[in-house]
Design a protein around this ligand. Sequence first.
Ligand SMILES: Cc1cc2nc3c(=O)[nH]c(=O)nc-3n(C[C@H](O)[C@H](O)[C@H](O)COP(=O)(O)O)c2cc1C
Length: 197
Amino acid sequence: MDLTLAIETRKSIRKFKKEDVDVNQIMKIIEIASNSPSGGNSQNWFTYIIKDKDVLDGMRNEVEKVYKTLIEKEAPGVYTFFNDAPVVLAVVEKPYAGSIDNILEKTDKDRNYTRKFIVNPGLQSVSSFITHILLLCHNEGLGACWMTGPLIAKQELEDIIGVKSPDNLVALIPIGKPVERNSKTPRKNVSEIIKVI
Ligand SMILES: Cc1cc2nc3c(=O)[nH]c(=O)nc-3n(C[C@H](O)[C@H](O)[C@H](O)COP(=O)(O)O)c2cc1C
């Protein structure tokens, strides 16, 4: 698919056909997505490919449990639908600290905080990786959705998956053959997102 067309037609998919997805296809997608840019070429991403239905159901239960405890309501579907997909990626951010971070840690606590938690090059790097995974899935006729909602139960999900500190689970990506969704979500006018200086 032409790159522009892929970017313009990709959309989040939240309903999947029952059909299975070949794990080798997913591994190839991840391999290609690993060409993504990363701070200092740190490649500070790691991906769990989860296919086990019991594990996915367990993850969903934890999200529902934590949500209900904190908010005293059923968790909305947009937090919990991931276990209906035949495969779910759990994307992990590994710690990233460039030479600037090491200098700022000793010299300027405020700038160090801003760089670590606001600029956050480590998380930006993993985001570029996730973006490419979504586009590659779309290019291969697979539907996917970037999800952080379920991470209301981040610790519980990490325990189930086996993510150990200092690594951080940052997103889930359910993937499957899409049940068609016609509408595209609206976008801001380009004049609202550009200023030429
Ligand atoms: C960081 C991030 C977190 C998201 N978390 C969720 C989520 O938890 N559940 C969900 O259904 N969609 C989630 N989305 C998908 C957005 O809702 C979606 O990208 C947005 O509405 C634009 O629609 P589109 O992807 O179809 O273009 C997330 C997207 C991003 C980038």
